[in-house]
Design a protein. Structure first.
Length: 327
């Protein structure tokens, strides 16, 4: 084993210190040395660079709820020597800016703002005197808060949901379907529901379950800020049902009889809903006033009402024979 290691050592030594490799090592040494001098000269020049400065909201009362978080970073464009900029970007020289809650919070309005002048002053304190701050983005900071005032509101869907051909959206479900919102009393009084972020789901025939974020509202904190949505499509079928014909606006002592006494109504409905459909949910009528105004051998019949769950409800015929009897 020792002989083996000795042989390897000799091979490496002979390779590195051969006449050709000596020249390569000398070249490599001077290349590294020149690169170091070039880097030092470059870092000694002045540059402009954007760096991030962390921001923290401090001394927040325990009973306060921040309903819109303050920006966690400001982007600062600074001019300085290259080596200083490298330290700002990759070192730990930049300490966070601490925004004192009580200094900038207006307890009556539930709104706090750090003016541009104050923010610039705090930013300048984080850099050395040789550094020149050129721009701060954003140029001011604001935040909303309240002291635990909340309200429970339902969730509504926003966006485009289009099932595939011959399907319709039978049901939408949320988990949870009610969320807690924290905001000012004025906003809470006007808030009836919160919407999801716009979703776009098309051409589906099976149940879709997915997580979706809730739409952000300035000055409002929503808990939770994400819900689970379930989309339940159902296949559409063509169905029909016989409905009695009734008369309206008939004078006292007169009776209208139609032949036939029932008419078939055709409609489109979800397959799972058809078993809940019956004739009592439809209303087919003959208007006596219309009959007197436009006398004819046949009377016109009208589909007056139909269930909300059916689509494209229509009469199989629009006129029937009739007889008016005196009681």
């Amino acid at each position: 084993m020792e002989n083996r290691l000795t042989q390897i050592y000799r091979l490496v030594r002979n390779f590195l210190f051969s006449s050709v490799n000596k020249e390569f090592l000398i070249f490599l040494f001077f290349l590294v040395l020149s690169s170091i001098f070039w880097l030092m000269m470059t870092l000694n020049e002045t540059f402009e660079q954007e760096v991030g400065v962390p921001v923290r909201l401090v001394n927040v009362p325990k009973n306060a709820v921040i309903t819109t978080e303050i920006e966690d970073t400001v982007r600062v464009t600074v001019r300085d020597k290259g080596y200083s900029l490298v330290m700002y970007m990759y070192g730990d020289r930049l300490q966070p800016i601490n925004i004192n809650f009580s200094t900038y919070a207006n307890r009556q309005t539930g709104y706090g703002i750090v003016p541009a002048a104050d923010l610039l002053k705090m930013v300048n304190q984080k850099f050395t005197g040789a550094s020149k701050v050129l721009q701060v983005k954003p140029d001011r900071l604001d935040f909303y808060f309240n002291f635990g005032i909340s309200r429970r509101v339902p969730v509504r869907m926003s966006g485009q949901v289009v099932p595939g051909r011959s399907y319709y959206l039978a049901r939408t479900k949320f988990w949870p379907d009610v969320v807690t919102v924290y905001a000012s009393k004025r906003v809470l009084d006007s808030l009836r529901y919160v919407k999801t972020a716009p979703i776009n789901i098309v051409n589906f025939g099976d149940t879709v379950i997915q997580n979706v974020a809730l739409e952000k509202i300035k000055g409002v904190k929503i808990v939770p800020n994400m819900v689970r949505i379930g989309l339940y499509p159902d296949i559409l079928t063509e169905e029909s049902i016989e409905v009695p014909i009734k008369s309206i606006n008939m004078p006292e002592g007169k009776v209208l009889r139609t032949f036939p006494s029932k008419v078939r109504v055709n409609f489109t409905v979800g397959a799972s809903l058809f078993r809940h459909i019956n004739a009592d949910q439809f209303s087919v009528v003959v208007d006596y006033n219309e009959l007197i105004a436009n006398p004819s051998d046949k009377c016109s019949i009208i589909l007056k009402t139909s269930p909300h769950s059916v689509r494209n409800a229509r009469l199989q015929r629009s006129q029937v024979d009739y007889l008016i009897e005196q009681q």
